[in-house]
Structures are given as C-alpha cells and as structure tokens.
Design a protein around this ligand. Structure first.
Ligand code: 5GW
Ligand code: MN
Length: 333
C-alpha cells in the first residue's frame, strides 16, 4: 500500500517538474520574443528549395582521410568539391544565409571585430548573408563595412552571471530567433562561436540540411577517447557515438537547426532541475543530438582548425582558425 503511494508521489513530482520546465520556457520565451519581433529584417526573396550537389563530390580526392560517413553523409575536405558549381547553383536559386554569433561581456571587444571583418572576406561570398549578433553591449558594436547584399542585425540579450549559462542560453535564443524571424527570410542558418577568425574560403559547399563539424582535437582519435558525457544522470549521457562534434559551428535549414536547438535547450533544462551539468555543456547535448539525428553533411577540421595542434598534414587549407584565448581575462567578471 505505502509502496503504491510512493509511486504516485514520484509520478506527481515528475509531472510537477515537467510543468515547471514548460512554464519557465514559455514565460522566458515571451520576453525575448517581444524584443526580437521589433527586429526589422528586409525580406530578401529566398528560395525554400534545398540544393543537393553532394552527389557530384569526388570522394576519392583525399585518400588519407575519411570522406563519407557510414550513413553516406559527405565529410567536406579540400579538393573534393567544385566551388564554382556550388556558388553558381546557390546564386541561381537565391539561397540566403543567416549567421548567428554571440558576443556577451568581454567577448565583444576581444573577438567580434576580427570575426565579422574576416567573415566579410571569406564567408559565403556572393550570397546574401545577414549576421545576427547577440550582445549585452549593443552600444559597443564595432563598425564593419559590409559588401552589398550583406546585413547586420543586433539583438540585445541579458548577461548571465555564470559563464556556463551564457553558452547554454544560446540554444534557447537561437530557437526563438529562427521561429520569429529567420524561417521567413533565410534558407539556411549557421551558428558560430565568436572566438575564431576566417582565413580561407568558407563557402556554399558547407550548406546542407543538417551540418556538424568534426572537432579538430578528436577527428583522428579512437572513439574511446571522445569526451562525451558519461554520467547516466545527465540527458547528454551517451555510451557510444559516431564522431566527436565541435559546438563552435553547426548549421542547416532553419527547421533542422531549430529542432537541434530545442532539443539541446530542453535537455539542459531537465539536467538543471536535477542539478546536473553535462561535461562539456551545450556541446555534450549537441553530440547526443547528432548521434540520434545523423547530420546530412560533416565539415572537416579544415573548417575550424586549432593552430596549437602540431600535426596539420591533413589540413590543406585553414578556412577558420581558433583565436588565441586568455581565459583569466575573459572569464573573470
Ligand atoms: C565566457 C566565459 C566562459 C565561457 C563562455 C563565455 C562567454 C561565451 C562569454 O562571456 N561571452 C560570450 O559571448 N560567449 C559566447 O559563447 C561566444 O560566442 C563564445 O565563442 C561562445 C562559446 O564560449 P567559448 O568560446 O568560451 O567556449 P569554448 O568551448 O570555445 O572554450
Ligand atoms: Mn569558442
């Protein structure tokens, strides 16, 4: 009898917790959405159609690296693709791309200018691109000269006191901005860390329905060394996986990226209710998402290289590099 009652109480607590998550999601959402709605985005005529040229890739161009996954998604390495074919086709179909980037607190002055001005030299040149910059310091925005067909929108966000929360709240805000603005205006959205600098072409070959990045430090390591979350208490826990993906870049169609962001945010919140935090925060949840929902395209570490890695023989072109980090300066409030 008392055993029965215990079960009921457990069930009730679970329902109450879930209701709490949904309520908190909803009320917070209302606040940010009110703000995002004020964003005026000029409607570019964009096509909803997704272009798939990946069948034309040369999977044999790079014999020393893996160029395709077991589920037949391409892994993009230099020499595999014809960049002019991708660019021409995307221009013809009027593909429009949104890039989201967060620059909160000290990250704005430390990184944003170099990130944006290098993006103007290398990111999706020739296509309409709008940068969505999320910051708590809009008045400190650097002045960047933009090429025609390229725009910047600044969205003010709160500064969270714990740095783990800044990196986690990105998922919630990305989901909201896709739902309120991006899905009406852009075919694809790419989400970037700000602490990196473009150094080479990062072009339309990187576009796809659901795009993940191979982490530069792990792409050559055996699976048992991947730093997945292994704590069964966390929703991010995984005992097996395909690759170790880097959360510094992910992208895809608005619909797919919203699904990813919602998944990560809900699971982060559920962990929070249990006082659990995944090993590598949003990245752990992102890895779980891509294990359960296979990406349709993978980017090689040529798309996000760390120059501290001594052996770069597989890296024919550095398209984006990690910016140097001074953790002490950046992470003290
Ligand atoms: C600050 C301290 C610790 C962790 C994150 C932050 C932080 C991150 C911040 O104060 N402001 C900020 O805008 N961010 C955004 O979150 C940046 O876009 C940053 O690139 C991204 C992820 O944080 P990172 O780059 O410090 O994380 P790792 O995993 O690349 O070291
Ligand atoms: Mn980073």
């Amino acid at each position: 009898m008392s055993n029965h009652r215990g079960k009921y109480t457990g069930l009730l607590i679970c329902i109450a917790l879930l209701a709490l998550v949904i309520l908190s999601l909803y009320t917070r959402q209302l606040k940010t959405i009110a703000f995002i709605k004020e964003l005026h985005v000029p409607r570019v005529s964009t096509s909803a159609s997704i272009i798939d040229l990946d069948g034309k890739l040369n999977f044999r161009a790079r014999p020393h690296v893996q160029t395709q996954t077991s589920w037949n998604a391409p892994i993009m390495w230099e020499l595999m693709f014809d960049d002019t074919l991708y660019d021409r086709t995307h221009k013809e179909t009027k593909t429009a791309v949104a890039l989201t980037v967060f620059a909160v607190g000290r990250y704005l002055e430390a990184y944003l200018e170099a990130f944006l001005s290098s993006a103007e030299e290398h990111f999706m040149l020739g296509l309409p691109v709008t940068y969505f910059v999320f910051t708590d310091l809009p008045e400190k925005m650097p002045k960047i000269t933009l090429a025609p067909q390229r725009n910047i929108k600044i969205v003010k966000v709160e500064k969270h006191s714990r740095w783990q929360d800044i990196s986690m709240m990105r998922m919630k805000i990305i989901s909201e901005v896709i739902d309120t603005v991006l899905k009406h205006n852009f075919t694809y959205v790419f989400c970037f860390d700000v602490d990196q600098i473009f150094k080479g072409r990062f072009g339309s070959e990187a576009l796809g329905e659901s795009v993940a990045l191979l982490h530069a430090h792990y792409y050559k390591l055996p699976k048992d060394q991947f730093t997945y979350d292994r704590n069964p208490e966390s929703k991010a826990c995984m005992t097996e996986g395909d690759y170790y993906y880097h959360a510094a870049i992910f992208g895809g169609t608005c619909e797919k990226v919203k699904t990813l962001a919602d998944y990560c945010y809900i699971n982060i919140m559920e962990d929070k209710l249990k006082n659990v935090e995944a090993l590598w925060h949003d990245e752990s949840h992102l890895n779980k998402y891509f294990w359960l929902n296979k990406p349709t395209k993978l980017l090689s570490p040529e798309y996000c290289w760390d120059n501290n890695i001594p052996n770069a023989e597989d890296i024919f072109i550095k398209r984006l590099e990690w910016a140097p980090k001074d953790y002490k300066k950046l992470r003290t409030l």
